[in-house]
Write a protein that binds this ligand. Sequence first.
Ligand SMILES: [Zn+2]
Length: 208
Amino acid sequence: MRIWDVSMTIEPGMPVWKGREAKRPVLTVTRDFAQGQGARETHLALDLHTGTHLDAPLHFVQGGATMDTIPLSRLIRSVKVFDLTAVSAVIREEHLAGLAINSGDFVLLKTRNSVEDILEKDFVFISSAAAQRLVDLGVDGVGLDALGVERDQGDHGTHHALLGAGMVIIEGLRLAEVPEGQYLMIAAPLKISGVEAAPARVLLTDLL
Ligand SMILES: [Zn+2]
């Protein structure tokens, strides 16, 4: 059985949203053998939108659903990976036009973000119109290999379109090694009560 770990490694030097220092994870060893404390313990300060993570509707919809209410049946399921590495900057409606996307699908979009060092700056993102197209197609969830599904849209049109439709968003995927195709996805966000996002381990494997 082939397994792809499409998650980012959490470490201080990892790419974070727009390279902002405040977004970097901070690991603090609070107990250690070197101090004669007989064990090691580490404290992690982590923005919930760090690395590979899921966004719930509450991220952009006031009173929207929280992470812990998303059923696992929407996160452990078949997904379609589409290769959009030819897209230079913005995923537009026309890039989705030829793709075999059906109602109820969960789509993962593989772009240059997975193969080039552009996550903190000029990453490929999804236009509002393309997001609305995914909503119109009846897509259940969308994953992107960027730390955000949009970059500099003042109205946050992409987030609003997707989350307003109750879609699940996965950000920060690493898809370089994953060929276009259909897979079984296991996305397991941390079980935190009442929040708008959660870091997740996301794995792909062959469909059973
Ligand atoms: Zn997010």
